[in-house]
Write a protein that binds this ligand. Structure first.
Ligand code: AHR
Length: 505
């Protein structure tokens, strides 16, 4: 039997776990909004046309802030189309996803859905086909109480109180050649700086996120961050990171080590940001908003035949409807471990996305809604992780991965909350064939009792939840947990994700 050892000590806090780390992302894309969260004809639809079964699942998922309305979509979006009397809203071509946007759901409707699911709004402005002036109009509409043209327009449209949006993304993936209005780092940096300065003049309370690279593997990665932050360092609070992972060429070993890449990505962006700060002699730190992360079989999507006809612009087509496996959920849980491990600088994150589109929740029109495998690590981590994230001492066996070199078979993080006298441990076993017994040294935590344990694993690592078999995969209590004074042992099966909830004192 392979063994590993972890030491947890609350003195080694990395940073406070921000609730915003458990954010989501809703883009007008495919069946996310229409036929996903909004389906007026559905048997569970409420009076606003939102599916109550989906609302319940989003609440269970425990999502804090939700980024909206894109994504690539936002770079061609005119926000004015999405407010005002519904019958008068224009239908528009969505160039990013070759679809028709009906604008039936817009800012007001989405905000009312957010109130039902208990999440906050994070807005992205269009810096692709639009600029500073339109961003200011939207900010005025959303955040100014009354007495101005845009504020009064909002009130006429039925919303007396401002939306009071705090988090604002300055465009989306502006480094990507696929992006409408794609720019060089220099051009984007200047535009983002001008826009940020103007937005702060209008509302100094806003928190601003400038676009970092759309992946750590973009040819401009690093230099993009340096140039963009050189223009915007004093104007913004966060720089974004985006990362998607998938199993490629049947190389499960490398796929299971994806979080190693995420760790490296985060640390590289911190290094780039701190370099700009050092050159400027600034004591300010720029944090990371990891506002798109997930498992996405993007290579399958790229190889699919696309509708390109000028006569066909479907409404809510089935796009990016990945079906996730147990292995996907284990990597997903490990990505959450990576985010938590960097709680000192990753202070906001958005799972991309929420419903139907690379999502933890799936729906059928007129039919059920169900949890994908990835639902479980998100819901459990969001519920259990609080207080401070701790730097663990980890001794684990190693393995050779083709893509990321020699990496540990176990990855883990713990959180500790003195105010509720609780702690939580999250760990993955990346071995494809061996269980591992992990001994956790808890001496510094005092008296510990196990409140709950959850392990996600399966003899078939490619098992999935589907419309026909929606409950095939779910986590189970881990019966191997033993607690002795100062020590806990747990055996974790191959390709597994585990969470332990502990009570202290
Ligand atoms: O999440 C899907 C897409 O991935 C988003 O629209 C875009 O920002 C990213 O490339």
């Amino acid at each position: 039997m392979l063994t590993a050892r972890l030491t947890i000590d609350p003195h080694f806090a990395v940073g406070t776990v921000q609730r915003r780390l458990f954010g989501g992302f809703v883009e007008h894309l495919g069946r996310h909004v229409y036929d996903g969260i909004y389906e007026p004809g559905h048997p569970t639809a409420d009076t606003d046309g939102f599916r109550a079964d989906v609302i319940e699942l989003v609440r269970e998922l425990g999502v804090s802030t939700i980024r909206y309305p894109g994504g690539n979509f936002v770079s061609g979006f005119r926000w004015e189309d999405s407010v005002g009397p519904r019958k008068q809203r224009p239908r528009r071509l969505d160039l990013a996803w070759h679809s028709t946007e009906t604008n039936e759901v817009g800012l007001h409707e989405f905000d009312s859905w957010l109130q039902k699911v208990g999440s906050d709004l994070m807005l992205a402005v269009n810096l692709g086909t639009r600029g500073t002036s339109e961003a200011l109009d939207l900010l005025e509409y959303a955040n100014i109480a009354d007495g101005t043209s845009r504020a009064e327009e909002r009130k006429r449209n039925g919303r007396t109180e401002p939306f009071a949006v705090e988090m604002w993304c300055l465009g989306n993936e502006m480094d990507g050649p696929w992006q409408l209005g794609h720019r060089s780092a220099d051009d984007y940096g200047k535009l983002a700086s001008r826009t940020a300065k103007a937005m702060r003049m209008l509302d100094p309370r806003v928190k601003l996120i400038v676009c970092g690279s759309s992946s750590a593997h973009m040819p401009t990665f690093g230099e993009w961050e340096r140039t963009v932050l050189t223009h915007t360092y004093d104007d913004v609070d966060y720089i974004s990171c985006h990362a998607y992972y998938e199993e490629r060429d049947g190389d499960l070993g490398s796929f299971l080590a994806s979080a190693v890449d995420m760790d490296h990505f985060i640390e590289s962006v911190i290094a780039a940001a701190d370099h700009v700060g050092a050159v400027r002699g600034s004591s300010k730190k720029i944090d990371i908003s990891f506002d798109e992360w997930n498992i996405w079989y993007a290579s399958r999507f790229e190889n699919e035949e696309k509708i390109e006809s000028i006569d066909q612009w479907p409404v809510a087509p089935r796009l990016l409807e990945d079906v996730y496996t147990v292995a996907d959920a284990v990597v997903f849980g490990n990505l959450m471990i990576s985010l938590l491990k960097h709680s000192d600088r990753v202070r906001s994150a958005s799972l991309a996305q929420l419903v139907n589109v690379i999502a933890p929740i799936m729906t059928e029109p007129g039919g059920p809604a169900w949890r994908q495998t990835t639902f479980f690590p998100f819901a459990i981590t969001s519920r259990l992780a609080c207080g401070s994230a701790l730097d663990l001492k980890l001794d684990a066996p190693l393995y050779d991965s083709r893509r990321y070199g020699t990496v540990p078979l176990i990855d883990a993080v713990a959180t500790h909350d003195a105010s509720t006298a609780t702690a939580a441990v999250f760990l993955v076993n990346r071995s494809t064939d061996e269980p591992i017994t992990v001994t956790i040294d808890l001496t510094s935590l005092g008296t510990v009792t196990l409140r709950e344990s959850h392990t996600l694993a399966d003899t078939d690592v490619y098992a999935k939840n589907t419309l026909g078999d929606p409950e095939r995969v779910s986590p189970r209590p881990n019966d191997s947990v033993r607690i002795a004074p100062g020590e806990l042992t747990v055996t974790v099966p191959p390709v597994s994700w585990t969470a332990l909830g502990l009570d202290l004192g």
